[in-house]
Write a protein that binds this ligand. Structure first.
Ligand SMILES: NC(=O)c1ccc[n+]([C@@H]2O[C@H](COP(=O)([O-])OP(=O)(O)OC[C@H]3O[C@@H](n4cnc5c(N)ncnc54)[C@H](O)[C@@H]3O)[C@@H](O)[C@H]2O)c1
Length: 277
């Protein structure tokens, strides 16, 4: 466990059960941080469909679960595509808990997959918009607040194995996650003077709600059953299993702790050895 007592964290896209955001937020709360659970909270057509996004009631439940476990949390809904929503998230956090020490940019679209020759501009823009521009907005507004506070900070970007390798049927997703590693490195260079570290985590596959959708989509695209698709995945992962939400939560907790003071501009693989570049 890391000691994050007295720290205040924001985790975006954390309002869905089984998600990486939920697991990271609960872990940071268990480590002692006060946590703002953020998510979009509503369905918005096919770029934020009901199978892909966290609804307000689910977000409220996650806040209640953290409080019931003895942690401190508050919920906020907003769209990371909209800069004023992201600025309002930072303002809400400061009003609720007095400061911002940690931002986890986790909200992402991983469900607009398909052949690139059929991909529409609308879908391309949505994926790049949420996965990359949204993280830029978060970094910008959280860093402003952290610089004002003068005690440094931590920014963690949830990238992907698709930030290091290309994946068929996922051109926009892979491009957005590669871009997120670029944003991580550039922001780390610029914010180091303020003792703000910026790192990315690159998970391989985790069967979250989104991960389950991807299993279904990719197994159909490869003409296999989901069971066969998962068996093939296990066979190529040196540690013999896909990731678990706790694997990512532990890495996040470490990067937020004092143990990681001298680590910045990294894109850390948490992939059981499947990705090592
Ligand atoms: N599950 C995996 O295998 C895996 C692997 C690598 C990376 N990731 C990344 O991890 C992150 C979390 O994914 P997850 O698998 O936990 O899925 P998830 O669906 O639980 O989390 C994604 C969250 O992003 C939110 N979101 C989407 N559009 C938004 C918007 N416009 N504004 C605000 N929030 C929005 C969704 O509501 C959802 O709660 C994503 O960035 C994803 O790309 C996941």
């Amino acid at each position: 466990m890391s000691n994050l007592k007295g720290k205040v964290a924001i985790v975006t896209g954390a309002g869905r059960h089984k998600g990486l955001g939920e697991a990271m937020a609960k872990r940071l709360a268990a480590d002692g941080a006060k946590v703002v659970i953020h998510d979009i909270g509503v369905v918005k057509g096919d770029i934020a469909p009901s199978h892909g996004v966290g609804q307000k009631a689910e977000l409220d439940q996650i806040v209640d679960e953290i409080k019931a476990a003895g942690g401190d949390a508050a919920g906020f809904t907003g769209d990371v595509l909209v800069e004023k929503d992201v600025a309002a998230l930072v303002d809400f956090t400061v009003k609720s808990f007095g400061r911002v020490d940690i931002l986890v940019n986790n909200a992402g679209i991983g469900y607009l997959f398909g052949p690139l020759i059929d991909m529409t501009q609308e879908h391309w823009d949505a994926v790049l918009g949420v996965n990359l521009r949204g993280c830029f907005f978060g970094t910008k507004h959280a860093a402003k607040q952290m610089i004002k506070q003068g005690n440094g900070g931590r920014i963690i970007n949830i990238a992907s194995q698709a930030a290091k390798s290309g994946f068929a049927q996922a051109a926009a997703y892979s491009a957005s996650k590669h871009g997120l590693v670029g944003l991580t490195r550039a922001a780390a260079m610029e914010l180091a003077a303020h003792k703000i570290t910026v790192n990315a985590i690159c998970p391989n596959h985790v069967t979250t709600g989104l991960g389950a959708w991807q299993n279904d989509f990719m197994s159909k695209a490869q003409n296999k059953s989901v069971d066969q698709y998962l068996a093939d995945m296990r066979a190529r992962i040196p540690l013999g299993r896909p990731g678990l939400v706790d694997d990512i939560a532990k890495a996040c907790s470490f990067l937020c702790s004092d143990q990681a003071d001298y680590i910045t501009a990294e894109a850390m693989n948490v992939s059981g050895g499947e990705e090592y570049h």
